[in-house]
Design a protein around this ligand. Structure first.
Ligand code: CTP
Length: 372
């Protein structure tokens, strides 16, 4: 049996990037032989094993044939006669379909090395079309490698367009789509991911709210800004959907099965965007301000509120940026109200609630109108 390093590790090594996970392919072995050598079998569907010492993944060489639609319908064939080349051929991109033998020699039947040098993302074979998730993966690699000058070759763009026309994306489960989107939001050039999907006509299926050119432009601009500030996933997601009406953004976030923090941040950004855009700079009333602080649950979620303001700094037009300073100053004062002090003054129950509100309002009024 022979063992080869494959996939991302070979690619990243040749690119001079840090290698994260190392995956291996074993040719000429049976599951029984692997187990006899102390490997632990994982995964019911594929013949994949964990190395007894390193814990790294060793997969027996396999071929895959698509049988149904979407992500589940694969039949896997694995036997000692499956060659390394056959295993590499079922993979997505040529730069991901290289292997390295134990003596260090590169095995590169699909010219992945040349594509690395030409900075080209190219599908290995027509088998690419058997897995629609690869459309998202390819857009994600474009987003990752864009700063190095990589782009997707026209033939692969054409193939992906055809897959989309054939309705392949509709068969992906939301969890897999979200996993790719979440990773894409943190790639080196996250906006490229969405630009590629837009160019392919994939947004109509995945995030139709971003199809509108103005909404899309605002979204990618805000995403680039929050990426620059190293924002978290929720901030990035919310920035992208910042110009979408609140109800639509919430529905989309839910149907994408995005985590709660992403939904909440998106809801708040859209809500604040709508409210603030109704006000010219410096015209927020104390009541409106308090209502917004309440809506953001500043009192219990002050860190999230800071993250919200940072995100809004990326989504709001220049003319309204000064509203954020007002919100920031108002929040600083209003959170200083101490319910314990009011309790000591004898306020209780409903009256305590009212006293807290009045005190917050008074403080906000002083911040917003320092001269009065
Ligand atoms: N692969 C594929 N099609 C997929 C998923 C994976 O062909 N839908 C292949 C590719 O050859 C890929 C390898 O499996 O290189 C390992 O996949 P994965 O670990 O998901 O990606 P990496 O290429 O290692 O990239 P990353 O740096 O994002 O982990």
């Amino acid at each position: 049996m022979q063992t080869y390093l494959v996939g991302g590790a070979v690619r990243d090594q040749l690119l001079g990037l840090k290698v994260k996970d190392r995956d291996w392919v074993v040719v000429g072995a049976t599951p029984e032989q692997m187990k006899a050598r102390g490997f632990k079998q994982v995964g019911a569907d594929f013949p994949v094993f964990l190395h007894p010492k390193t814990g790294e993944e060793y997969a027996l060489a396999r071929t895959e044939r698509k049988q149904g639609r979407g992500y589940h319908g694969f039949s896997v064939y694995s036997a000692p006669d499956v060659t390394l080349e056959e295993d590499l051929k079922r993979r997505d991109l040529t730069i991901n379909a290289m292997a390295q033998a134990e003596d260090g020699q590169l095995v590169d039947p699909f010219d992945g090395h040349a594509d690395l040098e030409h900075k080209t993302l190219r599908h290995v074979s027509e088998a690419f079309a058997e897995d629609p998730l690869r459309i998202l993966r390819t857009a994600r690699f474009a987003a990752r490698l864009h700063p190095l000058g990589f782009s997707i070759c026209p033939e692969t763009m054409t193939l992906m367009r055809q897959m989309i026309t054939d309705g392949e994306l509709e068969h992906l489960v939301p969890e897999r789509v979200w996993q790719e989107i979440q990773r894409a939001l943190h790639e080196n050039a996250p906006t490229v991911f969405f630009e590629v999907l837009r160019e392919l006509g994939a947004l109509g299926v995945l995030i139709p709210e971003l199809e509108d050119a103005t909404v899309f432009r605002a979204g990618v601009k805000a995403l680039a800004c929050i990426h620059h500030q190293q924002g978290n996933t929720a901030q990035r997601f919310a920035a992208l959907l910042g110009a979408v009406p609140e109800e639509l953004a919430i529905t989309r976030a839910k149907s994408m099965k995005s985590p709660n923090d992403c939904r909440d941040m998106s809801r708040l950004v859209c809500r604040f965007m709508a409210e603030l855009s109704r006000h010219p700079a410096d015209s927020l009333s104390a009541e409106d301000t308090l209502e917004l602080l309440d809506a953001a649950d500043l009192w219990r979620r002050s860190e999230r509120f800071d993250a919200l303001l940072d995100t809004l700094a990326c989504t709001l037009p220049e003319a309204q940026q000064s509203l954020l300073e007002q919100l920031h100053a108002a929040a600083g004062e209003a959170t200083g109200v101490n319910p314990q002090d009011l309790l000591k003054q004898g306020f209780m129950g409903k009256e305590l609630g009212e006293a807290i509100r009045n005190e917050r309002l008074a403080r906000i009024t002083r911040v917003l109108n320092p001269s009065s």
